[in-house]
Design a protein around this ligand. Structure first.
Ligand SMILES: [Zn+2]
Length: 229
């Protein structure tokens, strides 16, 4: 039997992974293109790639850790409040749960029966899942999220790093841009395929904004380069 494909359970970590890889490609390549536009030797370019890769990965991880941790704090606070309410006002909580099931289509009697049985089984879990929308599958995992986004940034940023090591200096800007656009298009395909969205739109969107970002930094680099030559 063809397994039912659900996209939702992939959405969380996938979004972070694709976002991280795109960010790795785009911000590191833009930085490198800016330096390459102003430099005709390889070492400043390689240095820029390395610095961009490390700084970007660390800031991405730190940002993700902080934002997912605050999400986790909010959920913990909600669960604590729920636990207190279950102890202090159990009847109101039971009515509240039954109303949730009634709103989902159960008749009053069955809704109350389900609420009573689920509360007996694990009241906090029932309220967390059906009232607050908190469940094991979507529980925020700060460290996992931070590592995932840092690793995906590095996986994207390695591209401009490798290009800065091997591409001819004279055509460095063109090589960096071309490789970046090809890999951004590939990540657009992955994101569209896994998320079930329109592939062409996804590719055009990422390549368009990628070109704008790299174009602006290249211009700044050229202006800077001309001024100092
Ligand atoms: Zn409740």
């Amino acid at each position: 039997m063809e397994l039912e494909k659900h996209y939702t359970n992939r959405s969380g970590w996938l979004r972070a992974a694709v976002l991280g890889a795109n960010d790795g490609i785009l911000s590191t390549t833009s930085l490198v293109i800016g330096v390459a536009a102003a430099s005709d030797t390889r070492s400043p370019i390689v240095l820029a790639a390395l610095a961009g890769l490390v700084a970007g990965a660390l800031s991405m991880s730190a940002g993700e850790y902080v934002s997912v941790s605050s999400q986790s704090d909010i959920e913990t606070a909600d669960l604590n409040r729920e636990q207190i309410e279950l102890t202090t006002i159990p009847d109101d909580e039971l009515k509240e749960l039954a109303n949730i099931y009634k709103a989902r289509g159960l008749d009053s009697e069955l809704a109350m029966q389900v609420a009573i049985q689920l509360t007996k089984h694990d009241g906090l879990e029932a309220h967390a899942r059906d009232e607050l929308g908190i469940n094991e599958m979507t529980a925020p995992k700060p460290l996992q999220a931070a590592l995932a986004s840092g690793a995906s940034f590095v996986s994207g940023g390695l591209l401009p790093m490798l290009v800065s090591l091997f591409a001819p200096i004279k055509y460095m800007v063109i090589y960096q841009y071309s490789f970046a656009i090809v890999f951004l298009a590939l990540s657009g395909i992955v994101a569209a395929e896994a998320g079930g969205s329109n592939m062409v739109k996804s590719i055009i969107r990422i390549c368009f904004w990628g070109t704008i970002a790299m174009g602006i930094t290249a211009t700044v680099g050229y202006i800077f380069g001309v001024k100092h030559s």
